[in-house]
Design a protein around this ligand. Structure first.
Ligand code: PLP
Length: 355
């Protein structure tokens, strides 16, 4: 078995993979593969209902919000959000905390004015800007809760005079959140929730219908709500595996329990990075992510041999993003702490060899 530190598509629980594999052969006593049942069959409708119920339960979604399973990834949400919320000639506020945030605000520029309230671009996004004012005349304020590429995470959300839209692709279900603080939460499933091919959207119903814009059906949250995420054929397999993963999370005690585990996992790994003379973390300490732990070798010549050692130990997916370099250990919900200890052992062995 490999120790999968990949940034996404990321690790899924092994028992989920086994259940998913079985359903591909025969789904739920239907005599058919999950891949060939009608999405309108009662068996699949039960899966979608269960997935929505689990999202509501695990995140304690209050009344007045709709839960959607859509396609097109978080990247489609970059456009769908302004399409639905930003009136012609209106303004949206964005916090630029990384490349994903930058891509999101670029899409919004097709629909209206964009005010970047703050950016950490000048430091290649090694911290999250905190000192800024959110304009009260903006249609919404967009943030990224976890910056997957740089390993920074918002540990405290900002009080906002306007609806907050949050890209939670890489830390959804990793920690408790207060859904009522947000107008829209969206997340591509493939980091911490399921396989690629489905995007979770949680939207506050009463922020919709105010842009005055005509919106094509597939890109209109209202159509998707009215169609119960089945305006067209939904991604049946990705929804099924997401449902299984959410069920797995529930059986582990839910978000509060996994948050405790995630905190311990990141803590022991950062402790080793801070202690080990060969490695260092580059991000602001107070913004360190519990999901993507980024670090570099003090001596750049150590980078390749350390990756080789990792490879020998079955540690995969640890090379840093090309725009940052170094290493990135993505330690999503399904990664057991035993894998963290294998990585820590490798770091210690490497330091011993290179004294
Ligand atoms: C991976 C990622 C994205 C892009 O997601 P897609 O589903 O591939 O469009 C967007 N935002 C964040 C924070 C991500 O980690």
């Amino acid at each position: 078995m490999k120790h999968n530190f990949g940034p996404g598509p990321g690790i899924l629980p092994h028992e989920v993979l086994k259940q998913a594999a079985a359903a591909v052969i025969e789904f739920n006593g239907t005599g058919l593969s999950l891949l060939e049942v009608s999405h309108r069959s009662p068996e699949f409708e039960a899966v979608l209902d269960e997935a929505i119920k689990l999202v509501k339960e695990l995140l304690a979604v209050p009344a007045g919000y709709s839960v959607l399973f859509l396609q097109g990834g978080a990247s489609t949400q970059f456009a769908m959000v302004p399409y639905n919320l930003l009136p012609d000639g209106g303004k949206a506020a964005y916090l630029e905390s990384g490349v994903w945030a930058n891509k999101a605000l670029k899409e919004a520029k097709y629909f209206g004015e964009v005010e970047i309230v703050a950016t950490s671009k000048e430091s290649n996004f090694t911290y999250i800007p905190k000192d800024f004012t959110i304009p009260a005349d903006a249609a919404y304020f967009h943030i990224t809760s976890n910056n997957t590429i740089y390993g920074t995470q918002l540990h405290k959300f900002f009080p906002s005079p306007v609806p907050v839209v949050c890209d939670m692709s890489s830390d959804i279900f990793s920690r408790k959140i207060n859904v009522a603080d947000f107008g829209i939460i969206y997340a591509g499933a493939q980091k911490n929730m399921g396989p690629a091919g489905v995007t979770l959207v949680i939207v506050k119903d009463d922020i919709l219908g105010k842009s005055g814009r005509k919106i094509p059906a597939m890109l209109n949250y209202q159509t998707q709500i009215e169609g119960g995420s089945m305006y067209n054929t939904p991604p049946v397999f990705a929804i099924y595996v997401s449902m299984l993963t959410l069920n797995w999370l529930k059986s582990k005690g839910g978000v509060a329990e996994i948050e405790k585990e995630n905190t311990v996992k990141s803590k022991v790994l950062y402790e080793e990075i801070d202690r080990n003379p060969l490695f260092k973390a580059v991000c602001a300490v107070e913004d360190r992510s519990d999901m993507n732990v980024c670090f570099v070798a003090e001596n750049p010549e150590h980078e390749k041999p350390f990756l080789k050692l990792c490879d020998e130990k079955g540690i995969v997916g640890i090379k840093g993003h090309r725009s940052v370099g170094g290493f990135r250990a993505s330690i999503y919900n399904a990664l057991p702490i035993t894998s963290i200890y294998v990585l820590i052992d490798a770091m210690q062995e490497f330091a011993e060899k290179n004294k």
